[in-house]
Design a protein around this ligand. Structure first.
Ligand code: FES
Length: 129
């Protein structure tokens, strides 16, 4: 995998103000080249289940628990940027965590993703958690 697109993801992150970036604690997850297009990674940070998506070499991370009734969001079908909960069909935008379709009415968490100077993907957890 080339670095061009992951760098794009980094640039998006760097557009955040310094203050906004300090609102997160970042954890190195995996070398960026090990995440293939369309792949999903599942892991926990600070006790929070997270799924990381790779779409066209840009990375998105959301909570892996549906806000409706705890379904495994990360196991759902993906249509564009919409993840469909496998339990009852609620939809969420993986770019923002925003709920798009009932029966869920609450957003799911989403987390910033960046590439560090060592070429690792990092995911940020809000410091207020
Ligand atoms: S648990 Fe996800 S829609 Fe019900």
């Amino acid at each position: 995998m080339g670095l061009a697109k992951p760098v794009t993801a980094w640039l998006k992150m760097s557009e955040m103000t310094e203050k906004a970036q300090t609102a997160y604690r970042f954890y190195a997850i995996v070398p960026v080249g090990e995440v293939l297009e369309g792949e999903r990674l599942f892991f926990e940070l600070e006790g929070q289940p997270i799924v990381l998506f790779s779409i066209k070499n840009v990375f998105y991370a959301t909570g892996d628990v549906c806000s409706h009734d705890g379904g495994d969001i990360g196991q759902g079908e993906l249509e564009g940027f919409e993840i469909i909960c496998p339990r009852h069909g609620a939809r969420f935008d993986i770019r923002t965590g925003r709920v798009l379709q009932l029966p869920a009415v609450k957003d799911i968490p989403h987390y910033p993703v960046r590439v560090n100077e060592n070429g690792f993907l990092e995911v940020g957890i809000p410091t207020e958690n």
